[in-house]
Design a protein around this ligand. Structure first.
Ligand code: SF4
Ligand code: SF4
Length: 91
């Protein structure tokens, strides 16, 4: 008999950070920074949802903006962007 894997109803509700904690600026921890190439971005917002710091804002124009005061340079956004629109650049 195969073990039943948990379904989505079994998984506890998690949290997503949509804005950074403004108590501490964490951007100076960074070794690499993500840099956006607007030409390649299709505004899918996966980077916004994946960023654990809430450091990628969606502007009223629909563009995204990276807040370097809080981006720690984990590069999850670079890894998850399906269009290669984010490049990692050494500080
Ligand atoms: S994941 Fe990539 S394509 Fe999607 S909004 Fe972010 S930068 Fe743009
Ligand atoms: S490098 Fe990490 S902290 Fe910085 S914007 Fe991307 S996902 Fe957020």
């Amino acid at each position: 008999m195969t073990e039943r894997l948990p379904g989505w109803r079994d998984i506890p509700i998690g949290g997503v950070a949509f804005k950074p904690s403004e108590e501490y600026k964490t951007g100076d921890w960074r070794v690499f920074r993500p840099v956006l190439n607007k030409e390649k971005c299709n505004r899918c917002y996966l980077c916004h949802f994946y960023c654990p710091e809430g450091a990628i804002k969606v502007l009223d124009t629909g563009d995204i903006e990276i807040d370097y005061d809080y981006c720690k340079g984990c590069l999850i956004c670079v890894n998850e962007c399906p269009r290669g629109a984010l490049e990692s650049v050494q500080e």
